[in-house]
Design a protein around this ligand. Sequence first.
Ligand code: KG4
Length: 353
Amino acid sequence: MKILAIDTSTDETAAAVTQGTKVLSNIIWSQASLHAKWGGVYPSLAKRAHQEHIDWVISKAISIAKCDMGSISAIAAATGPGLAIAIEVGLNKAKEISLLLNKPFIAINHVEGHLLSVLARPKTSRQQKPNEVVGFPAIGLVASGGTTQLVLIKQVGTYEIIAYTVDDTLGEALDKAARMLGLGYPGGSVLEIMAKEGNPKTYNLPTPMLGKENRLRFSYSGIKTAMYKLVQSEQPLTKEKVHNLAASFQDKTFQHVERLVRKVLDAHKVKEFFLTGGVSANINLRKRIRKICKERKIILSIPYSKKLCTDNAAMIGIAAHFKFQRGEIVTSTNLDLIDRVPRAKVDEKFAWE
Ligand code: KG4
């Protein structure tokens, strides 16, 4: 059974074809260069760019998957969280196709997509059943530009948010720091390269949530402001200073993740840890989480390709596969019930479910 999945939650126009947990195609039109001069996603530009590229990514996804619309069994789209006017482009297109083909529609929470991205398999792999490889319960970290949260995954489809950010997300913080250092946007991956050359002990940036260690919350706005002041005081920046500033910032922000991960794992006995979201592409973060999992004999699962870490539609197709199996679909005659949910939470059902 093949699913055509669409995601336009923020600044990636994405379509994919999946079959079970296999990824037959995963096409992404990135708008990053369009938003670079704003240092963040500019909503109306994102909407227009989605409208311009949505048909292209869908036909590319179909042709790379070597199938045709007739062989698609269901259409899935991310309905939230994300930018309302961006989500609606993909959602409306998915509804349109569902109606045209008279095929069921599956609404997916974008964060659930990230969490289940670790279950995706390359198209050449043997099809695996989820319980064959995954031991539940698991803890999932979604660290992206849009969110930073730790989620207890009781089983596929049953979630509980354990920790979340009270202000900025980790991806946002890394991107802002990268911008301060003149590394462009989105700069998380460039910051990682710079940090490799630097000494993280050079600068003493504040520890997030100091004195509030018992709260299971992420916070990155304080360290971001401190970084801004530090960068101002270090002008003019040399290459060496950029390396050391990048290393110091990345180190402190990741220490905060480690501390919360340890705390959550102390409280929840789990078998697996899912490391997901754009920031999970970071090798340094992976090493830190791997160490924690090794100490506690927990299996670490990471998406098989970096393309599955950042926003993509294959992860929506994987989540849709499990919803389809549970019969959680909307028929093409009931599509009016579906709407975008910009603040959707992964542990809450959509209003129409
Ligand atoms: O999942 P994603 O596409 O999130 C949203 O758009 O919501 O992730 C994008 C984020 C950006 O903040 C980007 O800088 C960060 O993931 N990112 C990285 C790396 N690759 C992407 N951050 C640190 N190291 C990386 N290698």
